[in-house]
Design a protein around this ligand. Sequence first.
Ligand SMILES: *Cc1c(COP(=O)(O)O)cnc(C)c1O
Length: 506
Amino acid sequence: MMKIQRPANAGETDIELARTPNEKPRVPNEDTLDPTDWAKFRQFAHAALDHCIDYISSVRDRAVWQPVPDDTKSFFKGPVPYEPTALKQVLEECRNRIMPYSTGNIHPRFFGWVHGAGTPVGIISEMLSATMNSNCGGRDHGAIYVERQVIEWCREIFGLPEGSSGVLTVGTSMASVIAISAARSRQLGPRARQDGNSSDCGLVGYCSSEVHVALRKAFELLGLGGAHLRAIPTDADFTISIEQLSAAIKADRAAGLEPFLVIGTAGTVNTGAYDDLNEIAEVATREGLWFHVDGAFGAWARIADHPWKEMVRGIERADSLAFDFHKWISVPYDAGCVLVRDARAHRAAFAERPDYLASGVSGLAAGDPWPCDYGIDLSRGFRALKVWMAMRHYGIDQLGRMVTKNCQAASYLGSMIKNSDLFELAAPVSLNICCFRQKRRVTPEADDRLILQLVEQLQLSGVAAPSTARIKNRLCVRVAILNHRTGWDDLDLLIKSAEENLRRIV
Ligand SMILES: *Cc1c(COP(=O)(O)O)cnc(C)c1O
């Protein structure tokens, strides 16, 4: 290594900076992270892509899920890799240590939680967006136009008026934070950002007791307080009781509090229930509340056939709508969106441009709006590409057909459960979710334990991966169908395997 003479007055400055003008830096110019041999890189890249295509086209032949073995777990406790590793070896590690242990949601018999399946086209779009490596916080470049296009398409699909704003997010959780922040901004004005919620802040919001935890977290994160999001009891069909909603608003006003927001869920996570969005919209209008809709997966029933598309009636009346692309329309993780009717309130909640973010009239710093004016993230990836490619390639009608197919599958499964000697439905099947439990009851604790055991065994067997839900305080097997690959045979196999496992346990 070249010894650099440290000038007497170098003070605290880095020794690397203290070189004579003609001296070249220690790291040679041609030292970059690019390959030295592009042809070889191309071979590796093609092989990796081939592996991905093999992997996805043969998914049905593999177990839905398998536990991560101990030696793999220890492999991921390795030391910091200061030295390089050959690409060939790193790719092998991906292939052998990582890819076999996926969540399983690309498999047609993955039924757990609310997971999207992805698509082969998603593989390509992720590769293209990684190649461009666009930063989508703002400025004037192609990716921004793609994002605006996607937002416009969604605005039209969900029936919000022209001039509404929107931004792509990680998912519905962040979309909810943004929406509630915009609602607060409308309620409090500039005070919302300047002073925050003062200690006597009386803002309260409303949702049903079936609301997703993401909304409560958003309340907590915004400092509104989880208790200030009132969980209104549901009617027998798991939808918010409008009577009790109105009563709660009245009681809070009488107590001197300031109701500002009501949340409707379009597709609850437990049973896929839809709050009556039109009725909530009426309440919101009457009471002057911001009407937010959580449509994480359920909003997409809008593009399905009758009767499912009717379930989202009233969604077009939302002041804000949060939904995911990565759940029901199979865009690879992660991709969500928030749409806001009052673009000014949305912008008021987030826009702020210090000098280093000033926009220009022309040139790269031009263009408006910038996504960073509508959310928290400044540096943002090119999420919009995978959404745009999915919509453009498959078409909304075809994506809608997959939603319809999943609902039909859930209803098929529901009818099989009704005919089963061992199982019964835990809730009516109204969408793509079917919850069931054993007919034979012992004690509530023993019944719950049995459900846990059954679900675990199904997962460990690799045949199917449902999850559980608690409905009317009793645990049940929950099968959520969001995968475009799931066919009727997969459900036959699920039932057969569930019955066999149950017989073995009891
Ligand atoms: C999944 C889900 C959320 C949270 O969305 P993320 O994309 O996981 O952040 C919120 N609400 C409902 C109804 C959901 O299903």
